[in-house]
Write a protein that binds this ligand. Structure first.
Ligand SMILES: C[S@@+](CC[C@H](N)C(=O)[O-])C[C@H]1O[C@@H](n2cnc3c(N)ncnc32)[C@H](O)[C@@H]1O
Length: 338
């Protein structure tokens, strides 16, 4: 069990963290109310000795600890984390048992989807007049990537009447936004049944009924049932099949993991190595006049427009960076228009 009284250095750090969070939350809560969300990022390694990431989702906090400098033993780390969680609870006025801070381990392959807990702290995030199911306790990721808030909103703004393809759809947040923007149809593709089910729940939460579709239904000439479809497939295989069948979409969302080597897919995906081919394949299924939205968190990534002749490339990174992410490096976002 963690000690009740932290050592003086930990206590001082807890106080520093509490002060910083209180200041940030005061500003961000007002802004969040104005834009109509109950979920935002409060802290991202602002103080180097306190390498935490902290996000508020309604009445709960989900956060994680990056490795601290100098190796610490497990007990010491648990005690430190518990003291920080106390500070988070107090300064953000969130019940202590609704603060979930997870310890990141060095990521290998798909380990980022590793389960940390099974408390199932589910709640609903509100954003853009929509609702999303969140799991604050069990995984590193909660089910909603907050740094895409503005991108989702821009996708919704141009989805009306469009055929939309959401690749690596995860819990379907882009799909929900596209549906709410009046998309003619939305195809959401992911390898994981768990996340496809979650995407279905998010669509249903917002009044959109989805159906499961087989990759084979995308063959040439086939009529695919439903309007909001969930497709369990390796994106690379799915795209190859769709291109061969001459399928096209008006708006394609490509927000891939930086690295993926699932057993269920052919080969590996490394965005830094593969992005040109992946984007080209997406452009092949983008209708003339259509748009591909591409984003990545791959560190130091920059896209060279010269690699994609015949498309108009725009860097939307700044435009899609919301108040809680200003000044933070990470995500980049581009549109490629055919
Ligand atoms: C970083 S998330 C994508 C985030 C998502 N675009 C969003 O905005 O919420 C990674 C997702 O990619 C899926 N995935 C990884 N490799 C895949 C592959 N080869 N084909 C399809 N889905 C894959 C995972 O199951 C996971 O849901």
């Amino acid at each position: 069990m963690p000690d009740a009284v932290p050592d003086p250095k930990t206590a001082a750090q807890a106080e520093m963290l509490a002060n910083r969070l209180a200041k940030r939350a005061k500003h961000l809560r007002k802004w969040a109310r104005r834009i109509g969300t109950n979920s935002f990022r409060v802290y991202d390694r602002d103080i180097p000795e306190i390498p935490l990431l902290i996000e508020l989702y309604g009445d709960a906090v989900s956060g994680s600890l990056y490795e601290r400098p100098y190796e610490k033993d497990d007990d010491e780390e648990e005690r430190w984390l518990s003291a920080m969680a106390d500070a988070v609870s107090e300064s953000l006025s969130v019940e202590r048992d609704r603060v979930f801070l997870k310890r990141r381990r060095r990521q290998r392959g798909t380990d980022q989807y590793e389960r940390f807990d099974d408390r199932g702290a589910f709640l609903e995030a509100e954003e853009g007049g929509l609702r999303f199911r969140i799991n604050a306790s069990d995984y590193l990721d909660t089910g909603l990537f907050l740094d895409h808030r503005q991108t989702r909103s821009l996708v919704r703004a141009e989805a009306a009447g469009k055929r939309v393809l959401n690749l690596f759809c995860y819990t379907g947040s882009f799909s929900v936004y596209a549906a709410s923007g009046g998309a003619a149809e939305v195809d959401s593709v992911d390898l994981s049944n768990t996340y496809l089910e979650w995407a279905g729940e998010n669509l249903a939460l917002n009044g959109f009924e989805s159906v499961a579709a087989e990759p084979t239904e995308y063959a040439a000439g086939r009529r695919i049932p439903g309007k909001f479809r969930l497709v369990r497939a390796d994106v690379l295989r799915f795209l190859a099949g769709a291109a061969e069948a001459g399928r096209q979409w008006d708006l394609v969302v490509l927000d891939p993991p930086t690295f993926s080597n699932s057993k269920k897919m052919a080969g590996t995906l490394d965005i830094r190595r593969d992005y040109r081919d992946l984007i080209d394949t997406c452009l092949a299924v983008t209708a003339p006049g259509g748009v591909l939205w591409f984003s990545t968190n791959a560190r130091g990534f920059a896209l060279d427009a010269a690699d994609f002749p015949g498309t108009a490339v725009a860097d939307l990174t700044a435009r899609t960076t919301d108040e809680d992410f200003v000044g933070r490096k990470g995500r980049v976002c581009y549109t490629l228009r055919r």
